[in-house]
Design a protein around this ligand. Structure first.
Ligand SMILES: *Cc1c(COP(=O)(O)O)cnc(C)c1O
Length: 498
């Protein structure tokens, strides 16, 4: 390792008396802290902060930042996460001081521009969903799921119906059953059939008047569009239950079809996935939910409303703005209440608005078509390298399997994922969805060039020919090779102790 890539902490680099800069002595007379605060509120001594010069401080952080993998530095085919490039013009717009520095307690009358933007975004997301009402509040997809399930619970309570179950396919993201449990429902698993789609017989057997919601991800986490969706929504509605769409895979259908048109009653968006916004490492997201009109009264409060806009679909509203006033509507007695402070993660919502307005209807459709094209190109190039258990065609992602490699040579999905890091690629999603053993889930997104996809396919071809022992020890070029996965997650060391 190069000397300037030291892993020492700032505390370890500290030398008494070092400073980043020196200020002239203050000419305001210094007062004894004991005169200002009661003695028991004073620390016995100053905190032990590192003492370090500016150049060492900067090198420390810049070198740490170079260890980061990001979409700005590397191809990032992390399935289900839609790691597309985030255009820099959105960053510029989102950092305009009128948007970025707006205080969240600014009265409505003094932040009309921001409220108009959020109101327009509510309408754009409603239109793309084919549903009537939108709340921008939830801070991520998972919180959108929870908020929507609370909306469903409030709806059934209001109708005097006691429904305790949420039905979820076994290929679903783990957040689906978790959200159902947190919202107070029992999560019931529905089997997938041999084509990776919902097993209709199992759904039929488990649907009854205890069912509140059927949660479906379509296209699903195998990258397959479940064309039985018409039958499914019909069956669910026949039992008086609601259909929820996990919208994490909207990148495969925006501008081509609308969830509301195929029978969905409620859904979430992952704005940070589908409509760009830097994400990863738990960073800020936005998980707006869209619902049918009859569920709108239960949405979180407040919603952004427009006093003079009776018809929300009026096109001119976007352009003219004259004579309209926007406000936060708290007068919603059936609402489930707040799920997030202030207006939600506004910074990501602004970027999403920029993205949708920049691309427009035909641009959004082109986004979807290219995402699907890129994934199918990669699928075709990789089919003879890795087994792809479900289908010759996919939507915006596909799931390969290292099952045969594992059986014959002991090479696991993890070995391949780790080795890809040596080639400068972020690893694909592995071991998810659970219905595929040794899963390797690949989502290239529409923003990658053919050259990048070809280079990635070539790397996998090469890895396929490498020795098992060599792969077990990969990655070979990163500062840390294989941390203990469980301990790294369960016992992270977050504090320095002297
Ligand atoms: C990402 C994802 C979620 C959760 O969304 P977050 O925004 O990460 O909370 C749920 N379902 C699927 C299929 C996903 O890919």
């Amino acid at each position: 390792m190069l000397a300037n890539q030291s892993t020492d902490l700032l505390f370890e680099l500290s030398q008494p008396g070092r400073r980043c800069h020196r200020l002239p002595d203050c000419d305001v007379p210094r007062r004894d802290p004991a005169e200002l605060l009661p003695a028991d509120s004073l620390a016995p001594q100053p905190p032990p902060l590192p003492e370090i010069g500016e150049i060492d401080l900067i090198r420390h952080f810049v070198n740490l930042s170079k260890r980061n993998m990001s979409i700005d530095t590397n191809f990032y085919p992390l399935g289900s996460c839609t790691m597309k490039y985030n255009p820099k013009r959105h960053e510029r717009l989102a950092s305009l001081s009128g948007l970025a520095h707006l205080h969240p307690l600014t009265p409505d009358a003094a932040c009309q521009g921001m409220l108009q933007l959020l109101w327009e975004l509510q309408n754009l997301l409603a239109e793309i969903a084919g549903l009537e009402a939108v709340s921008l509040q939830p801070a991520a997809g998972a919180q959108g799921e929870l908020a929507a399930l609370l909306v469903a619970a409030a709806y059934f309570r209001d109708k005097g119906q006691r429904r305790t179950r949420v039905l979820i396919p076994d290929s679903a993201h783990g957040t689906n059953p978790a959200s159902a449990a947190i919202a107070g429902f029992d999560a019931v698993s529905i089997k997938s059939n041999d084509r990776g789609l919902v097993d209709l017989a199992d759904l039929k057997a488990k649907l009854d008047d205890r069912s509140a919601v059927f949660m479906i991800t379509n296209p699903n986490t195998l990258g397959l569009f479940d064309e039985q969706i018409g039958d499914i929504t019909g069956m669910v509605h026949d039992h008086g239950a609601l259909v929820y769409l996990d919208g994490a895979n909207m990148n495969a259908i925006v501008g081509v079809t609308r969830p509301g048109d195929f029978g969905v009653d409620m859904m979430h968006y992952n704005v940070h996935k589908t409509f760009t916004g830097p994400h990863g490492a738990g960073g800020p997201g936005a998980g707006p939910i869209a619902v049918r009109g009859f569920l709108a009264p239960y949405l979180p409060s407040p919603l952004v409303a427009c006093r003079e806009c009776h018809d929300r679909s009026k096109e001119e509203a976007d352009e003219s703005g004259d004579g309209r006033s926007y406000f936060l509507d708290y007068d919603r007695p059936k609402s489930i209440g707040r799920v997030r402070s202030f207006f939600g993660n506004v910074g990501i919502l602004v970027r999403g608005w920029c993205y949708i307005r920049t691309l427009g209807p035909s641009g959004l459709r082109a986004m979807t078509e290219n995402a699907v094209l890129n994934a199918n190109y990669l699928l075709a190039r990789l089919k003879n390298v890795l087994e792809v258990p479900y289908g010759n065609r996919c939507m915006h992602e596909f799931v390969a399997s290292a099952r045969a490699l594992k059986r014959n040579q002991g090479i696991s999905a993890m070995d391949i994922a780790k080795r890809l890091l040596d080639f400068g690629y972020h690893a694909p999603t592995v071991y998810f969805p659970l219905v595929v053993p040794e899963a390797i889930m690949i989502e290239p997104t529409e923003t990658e060039s053919k050259a990048t996809l070809d280079a990635f396919a070539d790397a996998l071809h090469r890895i396929r020919g490498e020795e098992p022992q060599f792969l077990h020890a990969a990655p070979h070029t990163t500062p840390i090779s294989r941390p203990d996965e469980i301990r790294a997650a369960k016992e992270p060391i977050l504090r320095w102790k002297s």
